[in-house]
Design a protein. Structure first.
Length: 559
């Protein structure tokens, strides 16, 4: 206890005047703009963008006011203690989303999968005194949560198909619908209390966080789900050493269930109830991630992430409160090939390389959701349980000053590989014992594509400063693991979305706008086809297709 008091006293004594602020994940316009500014050479080249949200100010990144004026973005309303302390008003964030036919939203934090209108409102204050910072930014969500066509009931799917579907329903908390009526929730949101010094931060937080260099689909941690309460020790800027710079985060948190059941959970299939209620317990979650940028290669960073989750009763019984730094291999575990593993885990390697002369970047993340027996097993069957995201982005200057075209491509592959024929890895984010899966409040904490999802995304846009107009196309295959497991040999069954995406980002003085319109053509929606004996060529059955429009308006108003 004396050491802790001494540490806090040291922080207070040498804290000085820091004034650092955080741009929460999901804020309109700014974070993507800062990433582009790095490609243009206007932002600290040692910052990897592998850890977000971005912190700027005394303990965070140094950003030139000509690049982004933080004083106008965060309104100071009071200073105290000889300017050592400050009180600021954070931007007011408002988001409106609408899905016409079925839910198709991703990376939207505390907002849920919902058909119809959904709104998000968040406002807050930020106070700093020396190394101590307190951010209060609660969130309020309202969703119409209208009915929609989910996984169709028998006889439109055979009972054997429903049995296979419950292999997934019983191993992840991912409800089709959050109850039968309107949905309203208030959360603590993007709030935290921290001690910050020397580029490091120790604190309590409920903020959304993003790990890895991916722009759309981070395998390990994203803002696809609601933020969760956690204790964190992390860097807020690169820590410089004689061999290069380091960034990272260690956190321990609490994950909760949504409280909603899957569809038709009390129905009989083949004479039995397939639904198995999930344990009434919260999950003890721990994760560690760090990245390294060598001083000899500008713009290069690479790192590693590992997370472990278990029900709290298991952690308490085994007194295993530091699982993220133990048991990397499972060679001595007698249940390695069984279904009794009490912990769920995943690990990844990632990297990003910015080519400043070309105003371009390449990045990747390679993950595994099943521990290898030993190093030899890892080398022999490296494809087992793997997922992969790779991406490329480049800016092309136009004839006009400060105007560019941007090209971005990102590919994510999460379905099982051919290794499953020898050793089944199940799917990413689901688990046979930790049966809430890798979720919080019913949504996946990693990639929004979910278990078995694959996607290819191509985007082109025009930009000038904070302004951007563009469009994108995407092909998204839903849960390919379920399709191949259930409809083996029936190549007509894949549920594939083709998406057309138009968007605009703009600044109107104190108002930052990001608006998008998303059109989705879902082929074989919910893996449903029409058994037509006259299908030509036989037996290529036509599918049940759906159309959906998604409107998303994201506003941030600075005072």
């Amino acid at each position: 206890m004396k050491k802790i008091i001494l540490l806090i006293y040291t922080f207070l004594l040498f804290g000085g005047q820091l004034f650092a602020q955080t741009i929460p994940l999901g804020s309109a316009v700014v974070q993507d703009y800062l990433r582009r500014q790095q490609l243009l050479g206007n932002l600290d080249s040692s910052f990897s963008f592998n850890y977000r949200p971005v912190v700027f100010g005394g303990n965070g990144l140094k950003i030139d006011s000509l690049v982004f004026d933080t004083d106008n973005y965060f309104k100071t309303i009071a200073r105290f203690d000889g300017n050592k302390g400050s009180l600021k008003i954070l931007p007011l964030d408002f988001r409106l989303a609408y899905d016409s036919d079925h839910p198709d939203s991703r990376n939207d934090g505390a907002m849920i999968r919902s058909r119809g209108l959904q709104t998000y409102l968040s406002a807050g204050i930020y106070s700093e005194w020396g190394p101590l910072t307190i951010q209060l930014k609660p969130e309020l969500i309202f969703a119409e949560n209208n009915r929609y066509q989910g996984f169709p009931f028998k006889p439109r799917h055979f009972e054997s198909t429903w049995q296979s579907r419950y292999v997934f329903f019983n191993r992840i908390d991912e409800p089709e619908r959050y109850g039968d009526g309107n949905y309203t929730q208030a959360t603590v949101g993007q709030s935290s209390i921290r001690l910050n010094q020397w580029g490091l931060s120790l604190g309590l937080s409920t903020e959304n966080i993003w790990w890895g260099p991916a722009i759309r689909n981070s395998l390990m941690m994203s803002n696809n789900a609601q933020g969760f309460p956690h204790i964190t020790f992390n860097t807020q800027r690169p820590i410089e050493t004689f061999i290069g710079s380091f960034e990272g985060q260690i956190l321990t948190g609490q994950l909760k269930a949504s409280g909603f059941n899957p569809p038709y959970y009390d129905s009989l299939f083949s004479g039995q109830v397939q639904f198995a209620p999930k344990p009434n317990d919260w999950r003890y979650f721990q994760a560690i991630s760090f990245s390294y940028s060598p001083k000899w290669i500008q713009g290069l960073s690479f790192g590693v992430t590992r997370w472990v989750q278990q029900y709290y009763a298991n952690a308490k019984a085994g007194k295993d409160y530091f699982p993220a730094v133990s048991g990397i291999f499972r060679g001595k575990d007698p249940n390695e090939f069984g279904s009794e593993l009490r912990q769920d885990e995943a690990a990844s390697l990632f990297g990003r390389w910015v080519w400043f002369d070309s105003k371009a970047e390449v990045y990747f993340e390679f993950g595994k959701n099943d521990a290898a027996i030993n190093l030899r097993d890892l080398l022999v069957d490296s494809d087992h349980s793997r997922a992969l995201t790779i991406g490329f982005s480049k800016l092309f200057p136009t004839a006009k000053k400060d105007e560019f075209y941007q090209f971005n491509f990102e590919l994510t592959q999460m379905s099982q590989t051919e290794s499953r024929f020898f050793r089944n890895a199940l799917s990413w984010y689901i688990h046979g014992v930790v049966r809430d899966g890798y979720t919080n409040n019913g949504e996946v904490l990693g990639s929004a594509l979910g278990p078995g999802g694959n996607a290819q995304y191509l985007e082109v846009s025009w930009l000038k400063g904070l302004k951007r107009i563009g469009g994108a196309v995407e092909r998204y295959v839903h849960n390919n693991d379920f399709a191949t497991f259930t409809f083996s040999g029936d190549f007509t069954r894949y549920w594939v979305d083709y998406n057309l995406h138009g968007f605009v980002e703009w600044q109107f003085d104190k108002l930052f706008l990001r608006g998008s319109l998303f059109y989705t053509k879902s082929l074989n929606y919910q893996w449903e086809v029409i058994f037509d004996p006259n299908a030509t060529p036989y037996p290529y059955y036509p599918g049940k297709d759906r159309d959906n429009f998604n409107l998303d308006i994201n506003l941030a108003y600075t005072f």
